[in-house]
Design a binder for this molecule. Structure first.
Ligand SMILES: [Zn+2]
Ligand SMILES: [Zn+2]
Length: 213
């Protein structure tokens, strides 16, 4: 698995391009209205993008959804419970960053436990969809056991966890998601969060005061 991170907006949200050696790719959380660096990367590496996927639909994670969809003609996949968030994203983007964005309906809803296979061989990248509500009601993490990689969205960060004081947040749900879904993962798992730098499950087990059970 090849992972490239792009932090493209003023609040440090990460977009990830997740690709196989044979150049099939997902784009996770397009985070800006100007997605030129990601599109240039896709073109330079001649990637074949299969879909845009969202960990959740806070405006900073979906701002570039339509830019990517229009440029590459690819579908959008996310969890159905995030739809109200997607509808609200344009007014939030206007309010917080003063930018106009467009959102459109997704092409497919992702289900807890399903596996998104990418590439040739068919499972060169295998992302298991984990429903991890708490920060947002339909928040997802994506886990590849073979690669030992977790895309944690805004559920788990280096040294902290996602906010639960937002509309649709639930602190009890966040604790359950962290304890039941992420805590059992192996120490060596590399965590690529929705903001800031990568970490590992083992590191967070040692240093993160909110990741303690
Ligand atoms: Zn968020
Ligand atoms: Zn965020």
């Amino acid at each position: 698995m090849l992972v490239e991170r792009f932090a493209l907006n003023p609040i440090g949200t990460n977009t990830y391009v997740i690709a196989t050696e044979n150049k099939d790719a997902f784009i996770l959380d397009p985070c800006a209205t100007d997605m030129t660096p990601v599109l240039t990367y896709v073109q330079t590496h001649q990637l074949s993008v299969v879909a845009v996927i969202n960990t959740h639909c806070h405006f900073d994670h979906v701002m570039g959804n339509e830019v990517i969809r229009e440029a590459l003609g690819v579908p959008l996949w996310l969890h159905s419970v995030e739809l109200p968030g997607l509808l609200e994203a344009p007014s939030m983007a206007e309010q917080w960053l003063g930018v106009r964005i467009e959102t459109r309906a997704p092409d497919r809803f992702l289900q807890d436990g399903e596996v998104l296979d990418l590439g040739d061989p068919h499972d060169a990248v295998s992302l298991q969809v984990m429903l991890t509500p708490g920060h947002s009601p339909g928040g997802l993490c994506f886990y590849d056991a073979q690669a030992g990689v977790l895309f944690s969205g805004d559920t788990l960060f280096a040294g902290t966890v996602g906010r639960t004081d937002l509309k649709g947040s639930n602190s009890q749900d966040l604790v359950s998601s962290l304890r039941d879904k992420l805590w059992p993962l192996p120490d060596h798992t590399i965590v690529y969060p929705g903001h800031e730098d990568e970490t590992t499950i083992g590191e967070e087990r040692m240093v993160n005061p909110y990741f303690h059970f």
